[in-house]
Ligand binder design. Structure first.
Ligand code: ASE
Length: 299
């Protein structure tokens, strides 16, 4: 019997139980600048040196660094003077601020905003709505007002959400041959209020997942009206399996849409129905094998 199925020692349950402790260790090391310091330093550094440079307690830093080693976010070597820490390839690539593939802003958005909303997950399931009122004291009635509740929060949100495209952007854009589309409009801002300009292709990247079906159909109908004949719409979303048994990341994101937005993650069939309802045709779905997939519909 595999260890994850051993009912006398429920390893998988311990793992799930500790999931948010792991997240918080990674967020904290990032926030304190551990990975940035180790990128810039000439060689491996001692815990005391890192603590001093980052202005933290020596005791707290030593435990944080050792936990990062346990998580394989740092490497360690034992010298006669003690332990010396260095970044792994993974942390150099993704956890330093200056890397082109940096996920720093995404992690900070998780740590500072998403984490607080998830504190009220039970309430979100009970109410069936997002938790901005409980978490931040702002009205949940206006999703734009809640997501962009201050200039600072809006910037955190934009930077946070942007980080993933350095990893998934290329695959999403390469999923279809878009060379026939001349004028391409990447939808953002308050597209329910603002007029939508005429274009050949509208990109809706992580837009529909924020909204309930009625709002999605309203928006798609508005886009269909503005769209040039022969034009189309490209949806960029993470897709659930048709039977909704996975993937687990998409299921987690769908729970996040419950606590943070008004929508949910959907299956290819669900997106196709929304597009069809707005009169888009020739709907094609392309899975990329990464987090975000692409769906193309034509006018
Ligand atoms: C949105 C996307 C996100 C609205 C709120 C959001 C993301 C986080 N919060 O359109 C990015 C996707 N990540 C998750 C965890 O859902």
């Amino acid at each position: 019997m595999s260890s994850t199925q051993d009912l006398d020692y429920p390893q998988i349950l311990f793992q799930y139980n500790n999931g948010f402790l792991v997240s918080k260790i990674m967020f904290t090391a990032c926030e304190l600048g551990v990975f940035d310091l180790l990128l810039e330093s000439e060689g491996p550094l001692s815990s005391d040196a890192i603590a001093e440079r980052l202005g933290t307690s020596a005791s707290g830093m030593e435990r944080l660094l050792d936990a990062c080693v346990g998580l394989k976010l740092l490497g360690v070597e034992m010298k006669s003077e003690g332990a010396f820490y260095r970044n792994t390839e993974l942390s150099n690539l993704y956890l330093t601020k200056s890397s082109p593939k940096s996920q720093y802003h995404n992690l900070m958005y998780y740590s500072k905003t998403i984490y607080l909303c998830w504190h009220y997950l039970t309430d979100a399931v009970r109410d069936g709505k997002n938790q901005y009122e409980r978490a931040f004291g702002v009205s949940s009635k206006d999703l734009f007002g809640a997501l962009y509740r201050s200039e600072e929060e809006m910037i955190k949100f934009m930077y946070g959400l942007n980080a993933i495209w350095s990893i998934c952007g290329r695959d999403v854009i390469a999923a279809f041959d878009l060379s026939a589309f001349t004028v391409i409009y990447d939808l953002g801002g308050d597209f329910f209020k603002d007029p939508i300009p005429e274009a050949d292709l509208y990109i809706l990247a992580r837009i529909l997942h924020d909204w309930a079906d009625d709002k999605c159909m309203q928006l798609l109908a508005k886009i269909h009206k503005a769209c040039k004949p022969g034009g189309g719409v490209l949806l960029v979303e993470t897709l659930l399996n048709e039977d909704k048994t996975g993937p687990i990341e998409t299921q987690l994101y769908s729970m996040n849409m419950l606590v943070q937005a008004e929508g949910k993650e959907r299956t290819p069939t669900e997106y196709s129905k929304l597009l069809t309802a707005a009169d888009f045709r020739e709907i094609q779905v392309k899975k990329t094998g990464k987090l975000y997939d692409a769906i193309l519909g034509r006018k």
